[in-house]
Design a binder for this molecule. Structure first.
Ligand code: ZN
Length: 189
């Protein structure tokens, strides 16, 4: 494939419509209850879990809806969000379980990924046709070009542009719960 162009990939990712949170918006983020996950595209395990927490909260609050069909093969089986840019929940495409697994395993099992691409790439401009064949540091690229503030995922301006989200977004993000607690106690004292 051609050399990886991060800007081309970022521009090709979808942009999810965002609605204000409904009355059932959870008061806290879900806890990560599975084994630790690996880094991906330069995003740390903590960043990946934080992204998952925010996405799950947005779904539960009614702010975003998981598409019914896989963006690659159009299957409706176990469709969930996939992320290439973990700093932005709103640019997450949806994938079925099988395509999701093949995508994440493409570094160690390139043949299965290549077969999937040959079956479904039409123009070459699809986001999944533009992801790199190697584990590129997209997180580092984004911070270098957009700023270190991206690490604070709760402060994503795209989320705060929607009425009600800033007020209702919980605080217990994975990896910072203890620091927040200390901060609150400090202020109380
Ligand atoms: Zn699929």
């Amino acid at each position: 494939m051609a050399s990886f162009d991060p800007e081309r990939l970022l521009a090709a990712l979808p942009s999810l419509p965002l609605r204000p949170p409904g009355p059932k918006a959870p008061r806290s983020f879900l806890k990560w209850r599975w084994p630790p996950i690996l880094p991906y595209m330069g995003f740390t395990p903590v960043e990946r879990v934080q992204h998952w927490q925010i996405a799950r909260w947005l779904i539960a609050a009614g702010c975003i809806t998981v598409p019914t069909h896989c963006a690659i093969c159009a299957s409706t089986d176990k469709v969930g969000f996939h992320s290439e840019n973990y700093y932005s929940v709103l640019c997450s495409p949806a994938l079925c379980g099988l395509c999701h697994q093949r995508l994440h395993r493409r570094f160690s099992r390139p043949a299965a990924w290549r077969d999937l691409m040959q079956a479904h790439v039409r123009t070459g401009d699809e986001w999944f046709a533009l992801i790199p064949a190697i584990d590129y540091d997209l997180a580092g690229y984004l911070r270098a070009t957009r700023g270190e503030q991206l690490r604070d995922m709760r402060a994503d301006p795209a989320l705060f542009a929607c009425y009600g989200i800033a007020d209702k977004l919980p605080r217990n993000l994975h990896g910072i719960e203890s620091a927040e607690r200390e901060d609150r106690q400090g202020r109380l004292l």
